[in-house]
Design a protein around this ligand. Structure first.
Ligand code: BG6
Length: 475
């Protein structure tokens, strides 16, 4: 069966500055650069971000490969630690202004729409050491100064802007689950950090509107949405999934799209004495600076059950997980390499949720993907990785996305994580996600089978969906 996607659909892929560029020509360290410098053993195979996929040196050839596989839009991020010399004044690093100008021009010259994100887990380490990073609202104001520089410098050519990638991952990684430096476990700080990032995002949107170099320019945020499905219909499991959804999804979604945090969440945090410190003026800024459109990163759902220990008996410090536990659903389909459930139908649920609960906001899938380790297992004699599993993964997600669009959801694109295998936070090059492989011993880049396949979809706006696969999804 042929599934036809809307005209001008974004067919693309996403990466970020810190994960692709390497640290060449960069004055400052972000938190991950710093962490690698002090504790390289924390990173898979001790591979750090110093070289990444060498985009700083090879961006012309890399962009040419992206064009070759038919991408019409690509997201990357501008690194705060690269563009800016002095974070207080946001003075510019001239050489790196040139670098980003060249990158943007190169994308445009190749017919690829550059989609620019401003923060992808790359807080300057100095701002953590001096101010406590996102714990301090001043850092949000410094971020706005950096963003203003970006709008002024590149806003004539860049139409599509995003403030933050996955703010909830910053909150979880840095303050709850210990997978980002500084590895704290502190629920109260986590709540304040979530608020401070939302405030910084809204202030950035206000700054964007004030500068507005391009009448078509738009700005949004990128959220990792993880629908929280209850283990059963029991009152307890439903309550657990409701809280998980409020905390994991609706906190940033409601504040970014509707201009206010969900009442039920605010009430709960207040009752638990952990509500963020906010002023009336700040809440007005959030209210008045909502997003133009949304990027949704979707990898996996949450399966949620009531916590094994009752909420009241958890006497220690507050953590959001006092209200919900993860549930290992029997028979779930897994990406065993990454340890994430594969559940493509969630894309459809997200599509309808945005349609029904967020005024049918314009949105796109800004990341989706299949991380596979030891992908050289699938190399054929011609040296091409035959990643049929990735093609099927994309087909399945596009199938449900298409259904959501047919039912009226306002989705305008699909980006895979990632164009070229890139470095990842802590996991380095363990999980490969790209349309294009990268031999990190010599930086040789080769288009995978999925890259060739995707060109066919991107060129025609048509997904040829095997009948048997479609039927199996509807079961
Ligand atoms: C996404 C992030 O959540 O997951 C990316 O936005 C990241 O930056 C990707 O690289 C994959 O993560 P990992 O650790 O499996 O390589």
């Amino acid at each position: 069966m042929n599934l036809i996607f809307p005209e001008n659909f974004w067919w693309g892929a996403a990466t970020s500055g810190p994960q692709s560029e390497g640290r060449f020509g960069k004055e400052h360290a972000n938190l991950f650069d710093y962490w690698y410098d002090i504790e390289p053993e924390v990173f898979y195979d001790q591979v750090g971000p110093n070289v990444a996929s060498n985009f700083y040196n090879s961006f012309k050839e890399d962009i040419r490969l992206m064009k070759e596989i038919g991408l019409n839009s690509v997201r990357t991020s501008i690194q705060w630690t690269r563009l800016i010399d002095d974070f207080e004044t946001a003075s510019l690093n001239k050489a790196n202004v040139d670098f980003y100008n060249q990158v943007i021009d190169e994308f445009i010259a190749n017919g690829i729409r550059p989609v620019i994100n401003l923060h992808h887990f790359d807080l300057p380490a100095d701002l953590y050491h001096k101010y406590g990073g996102w714990e301090n609202k001043h850092v949000g104001d410094l971020f706005v100064k950096f963003a203003q520089q970006c709008f002024r410098l590149f806003g004539d050519r860049v139409i599509d802007w995003f403030t933050f990638n996955e703010p909830m991952v910053i909150v979880e990684g840095e303050y709850l689950h210990q997978f980002h430096y500084p590895n704290l476990v502190d629920g109260k700080k986590a709540v304040q950090v979530a608020y401070n990032i939302q405030l910084a995002s809204a202030k950035t949107i206000a700054a964007f509107k004030a500068i507005n170099r391009n009448p078509n320019g738009k700005i949004g945020i990128i959220l990792n949405l993880t629908p929280a499905y209850p283990a059963s219909q029991s009152v307890e499991d439903l309550a657990a999934s409701e809280f998980a959804d409020l905390w994991l999804n609706r906190l940033f979604m409601d504040a970014s799209a509707l201009g206010a945090f969900p009442d039920a969440l605010v009430e709960r945090l207040k009752k638990d004495h952990v509500l963020w410190e906010a002023t009336t003026e700040e809440l007005a800024i959030i209210k008045n600076n909502t997003i133009d459109y949304l990027g949704v990163n979707f990898y996996h759902p949450h399966r949620v059950q009531a916590p094994a220990v009752s909420a009241n008996s958890l006497a220690v410090d507050w953590l959001p997980e006092k209200y919900f536990d993860e549930y290992e659903m029997p028979g779930r389909r897994m990406n065993v390499d990454k340890g994430w459930e594969i559940y493509p139908k969630a894309v459809y649920d997200i599509a309808l949720d945005i349609r029904d609960n967020y005024e049918n906001l314009e949105w796109f899938i800004s990341e989706n993907g299949m991380g596979v380790s030891r992908e050289e297992r699938y190399l054929n004699e011609a040296g091409v990785i035959e990643d049929d599993y990735r093609i099927q993964f994309i087909q399945e997600h596009l199938y449900w996305l298409h259904k959501g669009i047919e039912e009226g959801s306002n989705c305008f694109g699909y980006h895979l994580w990632t164009p070229i295998d890139c470095w990842s936070w802590k996991n380095a090059y363990r999980n490969r996600y790209g349309f294009i492989s990268n031999d990190i011993r010599n930086q040789k880049k080769t288009i995978k089978k999925s890259g060739h396949w995707f060109k066919g979809v991107a060129d025609t706006d048509v997904l040829e969906m095997p009948e048997s696969l479609a039927a199996s999804l509807e079961e």
